[in-house]
Every structure is written in C-alpha cells, then in structure tokens.
Design a protein around this ligand. Structure first.
Ligand code: KIV
Ligand code: ZN
Length: 387
C-alpha cells in the first residue's frame, strides 16, 4: 500500500507565541519562518494579523519571505479580521486564511450567547467572505473536541459548501482521549456530505498530556493535516509537538503515513526556537530533550555499548544529534567507565579497570555526574599506584 502524506501545519509563530514570555519580534519570527520553510513544513501559521500592528507586520514580512510553504493568518469569524488577514497575506505565494468560530455548547452559550443555527450562519458567512480574497480557506470549529459530533458534522458540511478546503477539528481544551478523538474524525469522514472535497486537520492541546496521541489517532482515522508547534509550545500545557509527530510517522512505517519534514534538522530547529523564545526544553522531552539519547544506568549502558538498538528505537543522527551519550553516575557500571576512558584516549586493562572503578565509585557517590576531569584525576591516581 502506498504511503499517504500528512501535511504539517506549524503554528509555533501563532499558538506557540501566545505563551506568556515567548513573544518574538518580527526579525526573530523571520528567522524561524525561513528555517521552517527549509525544514519542509507545508503550512506556516504566521500570526493573527488583526491582533496588533506588530503581528500584522510580521505576517506581511513572512509572506514576502517564505518560498515554498503556504503562509496562513488566523481570524475570527468577522469581516474586519478577514480583511486585515487578507491584506497581511497579499504578498504570499500561497496564502491561506484560517477562520472559524466556537461550536461547543459551552462556547455557543457563554462566549457568544447565541444558538447553533446562528453559529452555522456566521461560519458560512466567514468562509464565503474569506473565499472572496483567497482560494485556500481553512475553517476551525473551536472546541470541536467537546462539540457534539452530529452538530459538528452539520457545521463541516455547511462550510465545505461555502468553499472551505481544510476543516480544522481542534481539541482546544485538550480534553479528548485518543480513541474518542480518532472516532470523531472517523465520524466526520463517514457522515459529512462533500468531505472528499476537504482535508480534515487535527489541532490538539496537551492539557492531559494527550496532544500527540490524539493527533496520531486523528491521522489513523483519516485526517491528513496535523497542526503542531516546535517543542510542543502553546497555550497552557502546549500543542502537539511537531518533532514527536514527525518521528512517530517515520518510525512507524506500518501506519503508511509520512511527512515532508527533514528530520535531521529537528534538533537545531528546537534549539533555535528555545533560544529565541527564551523557553528552555525539559531534559526528558521526547526526541529533542538533552536526555533523549543519554544513558546513565549500568544495565542500559552495557546494552547500548554492545548494540545501540537494545535501548534506542531511533538513530540519534536521524534527528540531528551526533551520537548517543553515556553519562557517568553512581548507577553506572564497569563497561560504561571503560567506554568513556576509551573515548578520552585511554585503553584500560581489566586489572586497571578494577582499580579505576573503585576510585570512580568514591567520586560518583558524592556527585550527580562524573566528568572527564574526574576521569583524568583517576588516571593520575592509577599512574601513581603503578610507579
Ligand atoms: O485551539 C484552538 O482551538 C485554536 C484555534 C484558534 C484554531 O488555536
Ligand atoms: Zn490552539
């Protein structure tokens, strides 16, 4: 069976940048946008143009700069937002307007004090208006995760008729379970008339730590676009992490799904975003965390030294990390110590290693991590003992 493509929609510069403390200036956004384009991203959501003159300017400059990806601007379902987004996107080679409205009962009642019928009308009007400026219109049904499937299907059908080419089904509050989110996508595939004219998109938040799992469940059930951010940045607990989606689809060939992303650039992309946003990456973060390819317990180290695949399911080089690292701690064993000595130029014999390991444990019990300077001191102790 031929592998099908999943479009990667990056919203680091919009949903990611909404995070307190992560605000970027136009120059920084341009650096990230250019790198995202090189990474092989299909759609770059550059911002929310009506939100501020600065954001408008950034979207406009990104539109001029980006060569391959579609450039997208977010709007609410009203004329002013759409007009301003269209203006900001006018230099883009492949512009997309991303418009939408809340569809869950809670949004309809508390945000809009409105009715389901009125929401459908507003959705249709917004898509038709956006369509008068650009061909490529994506519609988001905000809080689709908590929207009743039957009503969601009616909304989707109406906006496809109005011209929407992509239907974004956000789990805005990160509430869904993977099975539930996957079934929602399947339900829409099976019950929305005209669905073959549009692509379903997953946009999942991570409030329960399920954003990536939900996005993958969506793709397995027929979605062909995933919205995500570098390092999983985003409102509250964040969005689906781009690097996780890319590597899951790469490692699980059995899913018959692929992306265009150059995975070897993931590590440097992550560092760039982390540095520019001033948002450190947690060391145990999947794929791009400092510990993602580090081994510190004796049993694991012994296995990895014999054959990397015993404890690693990915080749670090595939995500742009040079090699796996063997970290020396009080839990490390003799083989890790010998390995590290070899790494710094000392081939030690079994007897030497016995002595050095005793010295090593004395140091390791008093420190979190034993470094190369400590190893050199141990070597000096060994030389003194021999001479
Ligand atoms: O989470 C969400 O629902 C959103 C929409 C505005 C697309 O970010
Ligand atoms: Zn979001």
């Amino acid at each position: 069976m031929n592998s099908e493509k999943i479009e990667i929609f990056d919203t680091t510069l919009r949903d990611g940048e909404q995070v307190p403390g992560c605000k970027l200036n136009t120059e920084q956004k341009l650096i990230i946008a250019e790198r995202l384009d090189k990474l092989g991203i299909d759609v770059i959501e550059a911002g929310f143009p009506v939100s501020s003159p600065g954001d408008f300017h950034s979207v406009s400059e990104i539109s001029k700069l980006v060569k391959n990806a579609k450039v997208c601007g977010l709007t609410r379902a009203n004329k002013k937002d759409i007009e301003i987004a269209a203006e900001a996107l006018k230099y883009a080679k492949r512009p997309r307007i991303h418009t939408g409205i809340g569809t869950s009962d809670s949004h309809i009642k508390y945000k809009f004090n409105s009715t389901r019928e009125d929401i459908i009308e507003r959705a249709i009007d917004a898509v038709k208006y956006a369509k008068s400026f650009v061909e490529d219109v994506e519609f988001y049904a905000e809080d689709a995760g908590r929207t009743d499937n039957e009503f969601l299907a009616r909304v989707c059908e109406a906006v496809i008729k109005a011209g929407a080419t992509v239907l974004n089904i956000p789990d805005t509050t990160g509430y869904c379970l993977p099975e539930e989110y996957g079934q929602k996508i399947k339900y829409l595939k099976e019950n929305v008339r005209g669905i073959e004219k549009a692509i379903l998109s997953c946009h999942c938040h991570n409030d329960l730590g399920l954003a990536t799992a939900n996005s993958i469940a969506g793709a397995i059930n027929g979605a062909r676009q995933i919205e995500c951010t570098i390092n999983g940045l985003g409102e509250r607990a964040g969005n689906t992490a781009l690097e996780e989606v890319v590597m899951i689809l790469r490692q699980h060939k059995d899913l018959n799904l692929h992306t265009n992303v150059n995975s070897k650039m993931l590590n440097t992309m992550s560092s760039l975003v982390s540095d520019l946003m001033g948002m450190p990456v947690q060391p145990n973060k999947a794929i791009i965390g400092a510990n993602a390819f580090a081994h510190s317990s004796g049993i694991h180290q012994d296995g990895v030294i014999k054959n990397r695949e015993t404890y690693e399911i990915m080749n670090p080089e595939d995500v742009g990390v040079n090699e796996s690292s063997i970290i020396l701690t009080a839990r490390s064993g003799r083989s890790a110590l010998a390995y590290r000595f070899k790494h710094i130029g000392f081939d030690v014999t079994k007897n030497e290693l016995d002595f050095l390991y005793g010295e090593f444990l004395k140091v390791a019990d008093g420190k979190k991590e034993v470094d190369n300077d400590d190893l050199t001191l141990m070597m000096t102790a060994l030389t003194r003992k021999i001479s």
